[in-house]
Design a protein around this ligand. Structure first.
Ligand SMILES: NC(=O)c1ccc[n+]([C@@H]2O[C@H](COP(=O)([O-])OP(=O)(O)OC[C@H]3O[C@@H](n4cnc5c(N)ncnc54)[C@H](O)[C@@H]3O)[C@@H](O)[C@H]2O)c1
Length: 464
């Protein structure tokens, strides 16, 4: 079946960029991205493409090319579902904050709402594609809802997890290591649905990089990939603490280890801890699934990845307090970087939030600078933790528009996101305007120790 109309439910970090690239590469397909968040859709439709709601290098240009040609953003979910031959579900699947599985299981209420809406609206056969990251066997639940509440039309359910990384989303989408499509490959209709989606990706991706599997393998592969990636970060972060106690340097260890072709060099960068909306929630989800199946050893094994990550954030913050003569009460600390990594404005689960929260509990005064994150997001992130009244967050945390202001009269500066621009700052100036001794904490191994010590900084870097 040749797909002519695509609908994507969810205009977030995955739905937006993924559909923009599909629209750019397949001009003959109409792609409509829908969301219930009116502000988000208005921002996607902003005349100035620099104001789209998601910052990703290269994304604004693609939106400028395809928008209003064959790429549309709308809040009319019903209409887009009705018209579509293929519907991607790309809504959020956060960790549950209530009830059974609280703090671990994926909250599938948004997914279920989508399924019920599709079932209610669809008057012709549809291929429904799981783009969100979902617990293994979610397709079964979707099928149940669609078939039992629908209008008698046929639904094929595919799993097509997204492997893009924020910050490099456009490159990852244009040139992915692989595209994974899971479907009911034992039936003719299932095979046809899989090949419809294969044909879309084949417009720009070599066929040998498009993998097809059964639905369950596809669903589980996404959780597995995130667990493995996060595990590497926690593994190298565990070694970073050992390095600090023994005189080894974690960067040298990572290089030596990574040159072993069996291990490989990627994802071995030690840091203040991984963040982002996915790693933690997907591992917790894996832990929950394993526990539910009685696989306690499997669950414990993966849970340790999260425990190590929490420890890394905490020990970084604790080290700031210890180094500043065991108290940061009333001291100004400049935080450089709030996004969970460079080249994105996404702050979900960012290490900066937790380090700042820890320092606020120790009564520090914080000044934050991030090139892409707005003040209201910083406050929303801190308020979400519920650690103190919202007014206190606003009183004790200042968000500024310049890194120099963040360092001005500060006792310490902490680099918490690896933005390239932080390397190029005039560190002499920052040093001059800080209180002495001027402490600099590099949570990303971004800065050169020798240079910074020559300027006069008391320098601390993870794993060194
Ligand atoms: N962000 C990433 O880097 C990444 C990478 C791979 C996979 N994923 C997965 O993709 C999924 C989406 O992630 P995201 O980062 O794009 O989330 P997001 O929060 O940025 O976007 C989700 C969007 O869905 C909308 N939405 C929710 N319910 C809706 C409904 N019923 N109808 C219409 N719109 C609705 C929300 O308003 C929101 O704008 C998650 O399952 C995530 O795990 C994310």
């Amino acid at each position: 079946m040749k797909i002519k109309n695509i609908c994507c439910i969810g205009a977030g970090y995955v739905g937006g960029p993924t559909m923009a690239v599909i629209a750019q590469k397949c001009p003959e397909i109409n792609v409509t991205v829908v969301d219930i968040n009116e502000n988000r859709i208005a921002a996607w439709n902003d005349e100035d493409v620099n104001n789209i709601p998601i910052y990703e290098p290269g994304l604004s240009e693609i939106v400028a090319e395809a928008r209003d040609r064959n790429l549309f953003f709308s809040t009319d979910v019903d209409e887009a579902i009705d018209k579509a031959d293929m519907i991607f579900i790309s809504v959020n699947t956060p960790t549950k904050t209530y009830g059974i599985g609280k703090g671990m299981a994926a909250d599938l209420k948004f997914i279920e709402l989508c399924a019920r809406q599709i079932a209610r609206v669809a008057k012709s056969d549809k291929i429904v594609v799981e783009k969100s990251t979902l617990p293994v066997r979610t397709a079964q639940a979707l099928k149940n809802i669609l078939e039992n509440t629908g209008n008698g039309v046929n639904f094929q359910i595919l799993s097509n997890p997204e492997f893009l990384a924020e910050g490099t989303a456009v490159d990852d989408l244009l040139n992915p290591d692989r595209v994974l499509i899971g479907g009911d490959i034992d039936s003719t209709e299932g095979k046809e649905a899989v090949s419809s989606l294969v044909e879309i990706y084949a417009n720009w991706i070599p066929k040998e990089r498009i993998l097809t599997t059964n639905v369950w393998s596809s669903e589980l592969s996404k959780l597995t990939a995130n667990a493995f990636l996060a595990q590497r970060v926690s593994s190298i972060n565990a070694m970073s603490e050992l390095c600090e106690k023994t005189g080894a340097d974690v960067n040298e260890v990572a290089k030596a280890v990574g040159m072993d072709s069996r291990i490989g060099s990627k994802f071995l960068k030690s840091s203040v801890g991984f963040g982002g909306s996915c790693f933690q929630k997907d591992i917790l989800n894996l832990v929950y699934i394993s526990k539910s199946l009685g696989l306690n050893e499997v669950a414990d094994y993966w849970e340790q990845v999260i425990l190590m990550n929490d420890h890394q954030k905490r020990r970084f913050a604790a080290n700031i307090v210890k180094t500043l003569f065991n108290t940061v009460s009333g001291k100004k600390i400049g935080v450089l970087g709030w996004a969970f990594k460079k080249d994105t404005n996404d702050t979900r689960e960012s290490a900066a939030i937790y380090v700042t929260d820890y320092l606020l509990n120790e009564q520090a005064e914080i000044t934050v600078y991030d090139p892409k994150v707005k003040a209201e997001q910083v406050y929303a992130d801190l308020d979400y933790l519920n650690s103190r009244p919202e007014e206190e967050n606003r009183k004790r945390v200042k968000v500024v528009n310049s890194p120099y202001e963040a360092g001005d009269k500060a006792h310490a500066v902490a680099v918490l996101t690896e933005w390239d621009e932080f390397v190029e700052l005039n560190w002499d100036d920052i040093y001059k305007n800080m209180l002495k001794p001027a402490f600099l904490f590099d949570g990303r191994r971004l800065l050169d120790r020798k240079e910074k010590e020559k300027i006069g900084f008391e320098f601390y870097a993870i794993g060194n």
